[in-house]
Design a protein around this ligand. Structure first.
Ligand code: AMP
Ligand code: FE
Ligand code: FE
Ligand code: ZN
Length: 285
C-alpha cells in the first residue's frame, strides 16, 4: 500500500485542480492520498467526485499556526468539516490571507515592483491566497527566476522585506479544535529549517501532552540526520510517524508519492478519527 498524506490543490497553493490531483495520484500508483490544502476543505467535494477506482481519499487540511512567534503547520485529518468551531477558525485564517496578500503587494510596490492585487488574485483563483501566488506573480514579472527564489529575505521569506504575517492559530488551540471536530493532528515538517525558524523540540513534547497524534518525519525539507532525530523524538513521546510529498503541482519540485506513510500508521490514524472516514474510490460516496 502506498500512502501519501499531504498534498495541495488549486483550493490553496497547488497547481492541479482537486480532480487532476486524484487522477495523478492514481497514475502515480498511490492507494491512499490525503488532500490537505492550507486552511480550507474546499477542494474535497471535487476530489471525491473525481476519485478514481482503487484510490482512497483522506480528507484533511493544513492549518496555519504560530507558537512563540514561529510559524508552524498542523495537518488535520478526517475531522468533521461542518463542526462550527474549527470551521470558524479555518475561515478566520483563510479570510485574513486576503488583506495580508494585499499588504504584501503594497510592500512590493514600495520596493519598486509593479505587481498588482488583480494579478495575484488571478493567479490564486478561488484558492486560499498565499505567498506562493505572490511569488508566481514575481516570476511572471521577471523579478525572480523561480517561485523558490522569492522565498528569501529580499522578498517573501519569514521576516523578508515584503513579508507580512497572517492570522495564525495557537497550536494548542488548534489541537483542541481538531480533537473537538473528531480529527487527528500531525505536526507538518516540524524541522523544515530552510523555511525559517522552527519550533524547539521541547515544544513537541508539550504538544504531545496536549493531544498531538504524530509528526511528519519523511518530508523533502528534512535531511537524513533530521529524520533520524525526529524518529527518536516520536518514539520517546509515543507519536505516530508519517511521510508525505507535500505535493504542490508545478509550484514545487516534489512529486506525488515521493515520501509515503507506513500502512500501520495510516490504519491507526483512521482508527483514531471519529469525525469522518476515508472515502474509497468508485461508488463509496
Ligand atoms: P503562506 O501560507 O502564504 O505564508 O505561504 C506558505 C507557503 O509557501 C508554504 O505552504 C509553501 O507552499 C510555500 N513556501 C514556504 N517556504 C518556501 C520556500 N522556501 N520555497 C518555496 N516555497 C515555500
Ligand atoms: Fe503551500
Ligand atoms: Fe506546510
Ligand atoms: Zn503543505
Amino acid at each position: 500500500m502506498r500512502i501519501d498524506l499531504h498534498t495541495h490543490s488549486t483550493a490553496s497553493d497547488g497547481t492541479d485542480t482537486p480532480a487532476q490531483l486524484v487522477r495523478k495520484a492514481a497514475a502515480a500508483g498511490l492507494d491512499v492520498v490525503a488532500l490537505t490544502d492550507h486552511d480550507t476543505t474546499r477542494g474535497h467535494a471535487e476530489a471525491v467526485a473525481a476519485l478514481p477506482e482503487g484510490l482512497t481519499l483522506v480528507t484533511g487540511a493544513e492549518l496555519s499556526c504560530r507558537l512563540d512567534g514561529v510559524s508552524m503547520h498542523m495537518l488535520a485529518y478526517l475531522f468533521d468539516p461542518e463542526e462550527p468551531a474549527l470551521l470558524a477558525e479555518r475561515e478566520l485564517v483563510r479570510d485574513d490571507r486576503v488583506p495580508r496578500a494585499r499588504a504584501m503587494v503594497a510592500k512590493l510596490n514600495e520596493l519598486g515592483v509593479p505587481v498588482t492585487w488583480e494579478q495575484v488574485a488571478r493567479i490564486a483563483g478561488d484558492g486560499s491566497v498565499g505567498r506562493p501566488h505572490v511569488a508566481t506573480a514575481l516570476v511572471e514579472l521577471g523579478v525572480v527566476p523561480t517561485v523558490n527564489d522569492a522565498f528569501t529575505q529580499d522578498w517573501l521569506a519569514d521576516g523578508g522585506r515584503a513579508h507580512v504575517e497572517k492570522h495564525e492559530t495557537d497550536p494548542f488551540e488548534a489541537l483542541r479544535l481538531i480533537k473537538g471536530a473528531g480529527g487527528v493532528a500531525v505536526f507538518a515538517h516540524p524541522a523544515a529549517a530552510k523555511r525559517g525558524r522552527t519550533v524547539p523540540e521541547a515544544a513537541v513534547a508539550d504538544l504531545a501532552a496536549a493531544g498531538l497524534d504524530g509528526i511528519e518525519v519523511d518530508h523533502m525539507d528534512h535531511d537524513a540526520e533530521t529524520r533520524a532525530r525526529l524518529r527518536g523524538t516520536a518514539k520517546e513521546l509515543g507519536l505516530l510517524v508519517t511521510g508525505s510529498s507535500d505535493y504542490h503541482g508545478s509550484r514545487k519540485t516534489c512529486v506525488l508519492g515521493e515520501y509515503t506513510t507506513d500502512p500501520e500508521v495510516y490504519g491507526e490514524i483512521t482508527r483514531r478519527a471519529f469525525g469522518a472516514f476515508p472515502v474509497p474510490g468508485a461508488g463509496g460516496v
